[in-house]
Design a protein around this ligand. Structure first.
Ligand code: ZN
Length: 83
């Protein structure tokens, strides 16, 4: 969703909107409409800039992505720390 790169669903992070907030759903268990991005900040930022979440999740207005961004930052750091 962020970039145009094709990826297997397993490589992507599912995101759902709860109220006006984007929430990461790594286990894919939260109900509702989901959007998929690579769990990478570049992809996330691209999606945010293009308002892809608002459209994909049919949100009535702007979505808060602070929690989502923090989650992606943490996953990215954790992955880089692993040899
Ligand atoms: Zn991507």
């Amino acid at each position: 969703m962020g970039c145009r790169e094709r990826a297997a669903k397993a490589d992507l992070l599912r995101i759902v909107a709860i109220k006006d907030e984007c929430v990461p759903d790594p286990s894919g268990t939260l109900p509702g409409r989901g959007a998929y991005v690579h769990p990478a900040l570049v992809c996330l930022d691209q999606a945010v800039r293009r308002r892809a979440f608002t459209r994909a999740l049919r949100a009535p207005g702007a979505l808060d992505i602070k929690a989502l961004r923090r989650y992606v930052e943490q996953t990215t750091v954790a992955e880089q720390a692993t040899p």
